[in-house]
Design a protein around this ligand. Structure first.
Ligand code: FCB
Length: 477
């Protein structure tokens, strides 16, 4: 199933299903590290990270919480979408997911045991505001208050995402992000959260991957709300960015002490061959994959070459009002980077895979792309502090997930190289702490370092969890 990229997946079959055996070129000559097989005792790290590096893991609300109808939570677009026949593999839903809502104490202890310094999670907007605005659902807010307090008590920094795709259905009924007012509703909800938790949360992330909402939710139609309208999708993208900007403004107007930024899914784009046509297509793809998000957020403008690809009568043009880009581009304190892989395009603009994929066939695994991406952000957008907000791979349901260990090690080596090149990379959140509801793929794709037995909700370390624990303990790979 096409997940993210709009470019034609021309040669996916050539490599899909390839087992990932690690990057051919090891960064900095790092020696291979075997899974320690249980203990956190390990040999000294070869690539030592800065002393205060934020070793973390990430999740999102709809993917792990469950308790979809409990304690006054309202429905989101994902509740509605996942219950529509044929939308999700095997008819799975997030009704129960990893039951984190009921088991968060156990999950907090698990994080503490791993030694996490940072935990990225998202707030379910309709758990706090069941219809998206108005009266706060005290029980919903209380859950997040307890979660944040539980993290702080364990010395783990809460990194809070405000929007990880679960728009309240009541707002969707009013057009959701198609409606410009949604940016304002989002900022009001953000303000509620800043007021409630602003004295405790060090990092707020406004949006998670607006690109995926636009490309998958509104163009491919395989994510909620399941629409297929590219022109509308671009309007949605603009309103999401505006929501980000208004939320940043809202934070500045409170006493919240945290820093704020967006989390973008970014993919370096490369020509698949040496031809001028392929190089040109790679620039176009870069506009679509990266610059159309980075430029407004960090430079306060849409890239001219990208905007020029939009038809003269594109509704996006009318959606961009005077002053919007100043709001969107108002200074963020940091940028979250979700990195899953690179994109290669031919002279006709087709995407071809030049590296192995994971079980998720959209994912072209290329650790060096992470180095390129981080150093490119510094070069083109200045020295904004960065946090890797997601990075990981899907594997089969295996406890001995050596391929994931190789993946993580190679990507951490690339991150280390970027730090050595003076990139201000503060932290790393692997995706994901635990197996969870992987959107249209339901429970068929396993992204966690902790295995979830969805029948019993038993949590068990995979080999990668023990490995990561040892990495954190020795502060390096
Ligand atoms: C990212 C999403 C995250 C998860 C991973 C695999 O795009 O932000 O929720 O689905 O992909």
């Amino acid at each position: 199933m096409r997940r993210r990229h709009l470019l034609t997946l021309a040669a996916a079959g050539a490599v899909a299903g390839c087992a990932y055996g690690g990057s051919p070129r090891r960064a900095n000559g790092a020696a291979a590290i075997e899974a320690p097989g249980g203990g956190a005792s390990a040999s000294p790290a070869e690539l030592v990270f800065p002393r205060d590096f934020g070793w973390g893991a990430a999740t999102s609300a709809y993917q792990i919480e469950g308790a979809a109808k409990e304690d006054g939570r309202g429905p989101s677009v994902w509740d509605v979408f996942s219950h529509e026949p044929g939308r999700i593999r095997n008819g799975d839903t997030g009704d129960v997911a990893a039951d984190h809502y009921h088991r968060f104490h156990e999950d907090l202890d698990l994080m503490k045991d791993l030694g996490l310094k940072s935990y990225r999670f998202s707030i379910s907007w309709p758990r706090v505001l069941p219809t998206g605005w108005g009266t706060v659902n005290a029980k919903g807010l209380d859950f997040y208050r307890k979660l944040v307090d539980g993290l702080l008590a364990r010395g783990i920094a809460p990194v809070v995402t405000l929007f990880h795709w679960d728009t309240p259905q009541a707002l969707q009924d009013l057009g959701g992000w198609e409606n410009r007012d949604c940016a304002k509703w989002f900022a009001d909800y953000a303000h509620t959260m800043f007021t409630a938790l602003g004295d405790k949360v060090p990092i707020w992330l406004t949006l998670n991957e607006p690109k995926t909402v636009v490309d998958v939710g509104y163009t491919a139609g395989t994510h909620a709300p399941g629409k297929r309208d590219r022109q509308l999708a671009n309007v949605v993208g603009h309103h999401l960015l505006l929501g980000h900007g208004l939320a940043v403004q809202a934070l500045r107007g409170t006493n919240a002490k945290g820093r704020i930024g967006a989390a973008l899914s970014l993919s370096p784009t490369y020509p698949a061959d040496d031809s001028a046509a392929a190089r040109r297509q790679a620039t176009i793809a870069d506009g679509e994959e990266n610059r159309r998000w980075l430029d407004p957020l960090l430079l306060g403008r849409y890239p001219q070459d990208w905007l020029a690809t939009q038809p003269a009568d594109a509704p996006l043009r009318a959606a961009i009002k005077d002053g919007d880009l100043a709001v969107i581009g108002a200074q963020s304190d940091l940028l979250g980077v979700n990195y899953y892989g690179t994109t290669h395009v031919t002279g006709t603009g087709s995407r071809v895979m030049q590296h192995p994929t994971s079980q998720a066939t959209w994912q072209e695994i290329d650790p060096n792309g992470l180095f390129d991406l981080l150093t490119r952000i510094k070069r083109d957008y200045g020295d904004i502090p960065l946090t890797i907000t997601e990075n990981g791979m899907a594997t089969k349901n295996a406890m001995q997930d050596q391929d994931r260990i190789t993946f993580l090690r190679d990507h951490l080596a690339a991150a280390h190289r970027a730090i050595k090149a003076d990139v201000k990379l503060e932290s790393y959140h692997l995706w994901s702490l635990m197996d969870n509801f992987e959107w249209a793929e339901g429970y068929t794709q396993r992204w966690g370092i902790v295995n979830i037995d969805f029948a019993t909700q038993r949590r068990t370390h995979k080999a990668s969890a023990d490995w990561y624990k040892a990495v954190i303990a020795r502060n390096g790979v």
